[in-house]
Ligand binder design. Structure first.
Ligand SMILES: [Zn+2]
Length: 647
């Protein structure tokens, strides 16, 4: 009697224990989801494996072909809809087999039990088998049959590091699981029984035989007709060869670096701003360019393209070849810190304009001695010459070093440094004394990304926007996550931005340093500045049209110097090719930069920078912020018959 009561109590406790709710956390898709990084049109750039090192995409039952459900039930558990989590008939059969063999060889696992296995991965022995059965019975109490088969189909291993029917369907047939034919569904349904032994890439014949076995069972169960069975067996299977998507590698890395690892678990896909078609064209240009740069002893290049309107990054080429380990191809030339050479000069001159200088202001380009980074030195111009009195326009366009230093002396290193920090040059984190006047000659270290961001500010009439790389982020529930956007910031007036743009786009003003018909002269308005760092370690060309800002870096990641390279021979030709490509692709009208209000053009004397008179040897049309234009007539040339023209 006591035994009966004890057994009854045990049975009662066991039955009640089945009603302990199944932890919803364990049934969440989170732990198995992989993250897909897409270009702006939805092309896959990279799929990042989940923490279980497998590819997986969660999918609801409505989005799975009914063929797949029928095939899975036939393949794994014909009595799935009748049993309550365990199949006693199958267990009895298996137990006999196992006792004969003296170990667990046959699982007789139901679909429900396999869900538990795929969640918990218990060891294979009698004790854990019992625990598994207990969990399976509980799962049947917690979930409907549809809920259980959804769990199964999303967790089952289909081989080649693929978990879940969605990932498998895309991997082997390149289609969504909703569109699987009977032949395809029966093929996939057979795989979880032995993902390695039926691996379609290694053992296609075995996998095909397994499919026929599954179809045979479906036919036996009466879920397919004899005709459907025959047709499915004869249907050729178009299995997609294995391919690894690894496009725009540096960009995908950059995207991942912007997502905290904790959040990654909850994201299923990211639609980025990158345009993979453009990216691949630019990658080709970069590869070709690096081949021709060999003669200058340069082995690498990087290119960043930003769409000015929203600050969207549309192309991001970090090196000539990501997989070229001889030249550190995995280093990204876009985020690496390098010396900018003259590339910061436009911001020096922008501050000068703010402080009342104008494009006709004369600067004495002659020998001086300065202190930079604690060292006294005599700065030299690139051409090793002194140019005497030069106009500000010419000094910037021809990139004279001494003039830039003179201008910086007037505006102060501190105010330039402050503005550069606001422009996003976070890496310039030392004090003004540390950099000294050499700051304008590229004494600090910056990245290509920072430079492109700063130049796009000039292109956007002085409004600074942080770069945008995300268009849409979807979480694992399929919801769109709200994106945080930084608010735009005005850092230069439209007038100052326009004058600097006008100077950088002035092919004539560049002639003294670059000659006529240089690679920097484009058949449409384009502002551009080159830079070369000390000892020819880095070479830059950064510039913009009204639509795009393009940054090009050329050099060696190991810091080896190039040979006498200049902006015109190094980064310039690649910059030109990219600008031409962008113009051609978008078939954009050769649009001009739009001139803001508050500017005035007058004729000045090139020698004095004052209002031109008839005896001046030449007169130059120059642009001024209203109120800063010269008021006095040239007193350098003869003053007979003076006149002036206002436009
Ligand atoms: Zn004159």
């Amino acid at each position: 009697m006591k035994i009966i009561i004890s057994l009854a109590i045990i049975l009662l406790v066991f039955t009640l224990s089945l009603y302990i709710p199944f932890s919803p956390r364990l049934l969440q898709p989170a732990s198995l989801v992989s993250l897909r990084i897409l270009d702006r049109n939805g092309y896959l750039l990279r799929e990042v494996l989940s923490d279980k090192e497998g590819k997986s995409q969660w999918v609801s039952l409505e989005n799975i072909s009914p063929n797949m459900i029928l095939a899975t039930v036939a393949a794994e558990d014909s009595r799935f809809y009748e049993h309550g989590g365990i199949d006693t008939r199958a267990i009895l059969r298996a137990t006999v087999q196992n006792i004969r063999a003296g170990k667990v060889i046959s699982g007789a696992s139901t679909i429900t039990q396999q869900v538990i296995k795929n969640i918990h991965h218990f060891p294979r022995n009698w004790f854990w088998k019992f625990v598994e059965i207990w969990h399976a019975l509980r799962l049947e109490v917690s979930l409907s049959k549809d809920g259980i088969i959804t769990q199964y189909l999303n967790r089952a291993p289909y081989g080649n590091q693929t978990f879940g029917i969605s990932a498998a369907s895309w991997l082997y047939f390149d289609k969504p699981p909703a569109h699987l034919s009977l032949a395809e569904a029966s093929f996939l349904a057979g795989l979880p029984r032995g993902p390695s032994i039926y691996n379609p890439y290694r053992y296609p014949l075995r996998a095909k035989e397994r499919q026929e076995e599954v179809l045979q069972r479906m036919s036996n169960n009466g879920v397919v007709t004899q005709q459907e069975y025959r047709r499915a067996i004869e249907e050729p299977l178009n299995i997609i060869p294995p391919q690894v998507s690894f496009r725009a590698a540096h960009f995908a890395d950059f995207v991942l670096s912007r997502i905290p690892p904790k959040e990654r678990q909850n994201i299923s896909s990211i639609l980025t701003t990158l345009d993979i078609k453009l990216q691949e064209d630019v990658e080709t240009l970069v590869k070709d360019s690096v081949k021709s740069l060999k003669k200058w002893n340069a082995t690498n290049a990087a290119v960043l393209i930003m769409d000015n309107e929203e600050g969207e990054i549309i192309s991001f080429v970090g090196s000539a070849d990501f997989f070229d380990s001889d030249h550190s191809g995995q280093v990204s030339g876009i985020t690496a810190l390098r010396q900018p050479g003259s590339a910061l000069k436009p911001f020096t001159y922008a501050l000068a304009l703010e402080q009342g200088m104008n494009p006709a202001t004369l600067i004495l380009d002659a020998e001086i001695r300065i202190r930079s980074n604690g060292i006294d030195y005599i700065p030299r111009n690139f051409d090793r010459k002194f140019h005497g009195l030069v106009r500000l326009r010419e000094a910037l366009a021809s990139s004279y070093n001494i003039s830039a230093i003179k201008v910086l002396q007037r505006i102060g290193v501190g105010s330039l440094l402050d503005r550069l920090k606001k422009l996003g040059f976070d890496s310039l984190n030392k004090g003004a004394d540390y950099y000294g006047l050499g700051l304008t000659l590229g004494g600090g270290e910056v990245t290509l990304l920072q430079l492109v961001r700063a130049y796009s500010t000039l292109a956007n009439s002085g409004i600074f926007k942080k770069e945008k790389i995300f268009l849409e982020i979807n979480d694992i529930q399929g919801k769109v996550k709200p994106l945080l956007e930084d608010s735009p910031l005005r850092l230069f007036s439209p007038q100052v931005s326009y004058i600097i743009t006008d100077i950088l786009a002035d092919n004539d003003a560049r002639i003294p340093a670059f000659g006529t018909g240089s690679v920097l002269s484009l058949p449409f308005p384009c502002a551009v500045k080159t830079g070369t760092s000390g000892n020819f370690r880095d070479n830059w060309a950064i510039g913009f049209t009204p639509h795009h800002t393009v940054g090009v870096w050329v050099g060696n990641f190991d810091g080896k110097p190039m040979r006498n390279v200049s902006g015109v021979s190094g980064a310039g030709p690649l910059f030109r090719d990219i600008m031409l490509l962008l113009q051609e692709r978008k078939s954009l009208a050769n649009s001009n930069f739009s001139m803001p209000e508050g500017l005035i053009e007058v004729y000045v004397c090139p020698h004095s920078g004052m209002l031109a008179v008839s005896s001046c040897p030449a007169r130059i049309r120059e642009m001024f912020i209203k109120g800063t234009e010269p008021r006095e007539y040239c007193n350098l040339c003869s003053t007979v018959g003076s006149f002036t023209l206002s436009l």
